[in-house]
Design a binder for this molecule. Structure first.
Ligand code: S3P
Length: 446
């Protein structure tokens, strides 16, 4: 797996202006769900714009290993031949999903209701990520799950069973947990519901509707009836706002910066980054808003400004959970202090992102401190080029590249192969939009 593998670095220098217009690759969360729901639907699901990154290809590989035929058609079209949940067959091998937490957790929910034995594993980073959050509810529904360290970490072994619906109150606001339970719930007797304290992204719920099954929603509770039949859908995956976020920050933080990104998903459970950049003083315009396959899509235009620090409260965190590393870059460039509260979930992402942001941004001269679950960034200082590391985390690699555009002198970012997990082509797009940064990729001396 190249996700997390060392060996390649980016060398670039600042200050460099980023401007122009672009499209970003398909949404990662939506791509995973399109493949997984297509795999258990009846008929041929057509997917356009699927993100072909390592994480989503891990999901594709897994459904193929479970006996689902997937055909790559010409152009951008992919066809998934589903035969309902009964159409899945036991995989002959361990399902290795690389770096992808979404694949592992959602697949665990799907396989919990299948009459088969499955073993799910991943790379070193994924094997350190917490799984009790899905093991506990799936067990409560009747499945048998085992994992390392008292069932806390992958590899996970799953013996699927006849499941019974549950009413689960999730201790974490996590779309991966919610979706795993809903996928199990589709195969369970009776109703399954999930209640969260703060609503997480709702792509699963929206996509279920596109497949003909509409979950019942009330506040932060979502419920589904077991045994509901999914019918194949035609889907177009919008651009990933989490990928767009890197460029948005670069455009927003430069007073003369101007940037336009077309066809981006703007699901309100994901748009915390847009609200926050606007609060920081950037002009963010959401244009040509429309809906595709139940997901809001728009073009985004950003005009840069001298940003100011803000306070981000815990209730907003799920709406920008993946954007915090790049928001920390915006905060370092802003006037005044930014406080990000309730960010503890960042400790259990691909790496401990609170520590990674503090230490790696610190090497570039940013004043970042972490107290408990709270990240504080004292803005206004000058960033200077340095040697930093992604630590094998794609979002860290790309956030550091954006920081490097604003840093005086040369920055080397080690361990950038991980960017392939979510954003193939990022470096190429950055080079086009910010040609003065002179980005080049080099092989690390080992
Ligand atoms: C995702 C949900 C989020 C997010 C991840 C993708 C999803 O994780 O960080 O990148 O597709 O459901 P959690 O649900 O664990 O917060």
């Amino acid at each position: 797996m190249s996700g997390g593998a060392a060996g390649r670095s980016w060398v670039l220098h600042g200050p460099a202006l980023l401007r122009g217009s672009l499209r970003v690759p398909g949404d990662k969360s939506i791509s995973h769900r399109a493949l997984l729901l297509g795999a258990i639907a009846h008929g041929v699901t057509e997917i356009r714009g699927l993100l072909r990154s390592e994480d989503c290809l891990a999901t594709l590989g897994a459904i193929r290993a479970l006996g689902v035929e997937v055909f790559e058609e010409s152009g951008d079209l992919l066809r998934v031949h589903g035969n309902g949940p009964e159409g899945l067959r036991e995989s002959e091998t361990v399902l290795d999903v690389g770096n992808s937490g979404t694949t592992l957790r959602l697949l665990a929910g799907l396989l919990a209701g299948q009459p088969c034995f499955s073993v799910l594993t991943g790379d070193a980073s994924l094997c350190r990520r917490p799984m009790r959050r899905i093991v506990d509810p799936l067990r409560a529904m009747g499945a048998t799950l085992l994992g390392r360290e008292d069932d806390s970490f992958p590899p996970l072994a799953i013996r699927g069973r006849d499941l019974t619906g549950i009413a689960w109150t999730s201790p974490v606001a996590s779309a991966q947990v919610k979706s795993a339970i809903l996928l199990a719930g589709l195969q369970a007797r009776g109703e399954t519901s999930v209640t969260e304290s703060i609503a997480s992204r709702d792509h699963t719920e929206r996509m279920l509707t596109a497949f003909g099954v509409t979950p019942r929603r009330a506040g932060n509770r979502v419920a589904i009836s077991g045994g509901s039949r999914l019918d194949a859908a035609r889907l177009t995956v919008p651009g990933d706002l989490s990928s767009a976020a890197f460029f948005l920050v670069a455009g927003a933080a430069r007073p003369r910066g101007e940037l336009r990104i077309e066809e981006v998903g703007v699901n309100p459970t994901r748009t915390g980054i847009l609200d926050t950049l606007a609060e920081m003083g950037a002009q963010v315009a959401v244009e040509r808003s429309r809906e595709e396959g139940g997901e809001p899509v728009a073009d985004l235009a950003v005009a840069g400004a001298r940003l100011r620090g803000v306070r981000i409260v815990a209730e907003r965190i799920p709406r920008l959970i993946d954007e915090i590393p790049v928001l920390a870059v915006a905060a370092a460039l802003a006037e005044g202090e930014t406080v990000i509260e309730g960010a503890g979930e960042l400790r259990v992402k691909e790496v401990d992102r609170l520590t990674a942001v503090q230490e790696e941004m610190g090497r570039l001269g940013a004043a970042v401190s972490v107290t408990g679950d709270c990240l504080r960034i004292q803005g206004g200082g000058r960033l200077r080029g340095a040697v930093v590391s992604s630590r094998g985390d794609h979002r860290m690699a790309m956030s550091l590249a954006i920081a490097a555009l604003f840093a005086e002198g040369e920055t080397t970012i080690r361990d950038v192969a991980c960017v392939e997990t979510s954003f193939p082509g990022f470096a190429r797009q950055l080079s086009v939009l910010a040609p003065d940064c002179g980005l080049r990729e080099v092989t690390d001396d080992v």
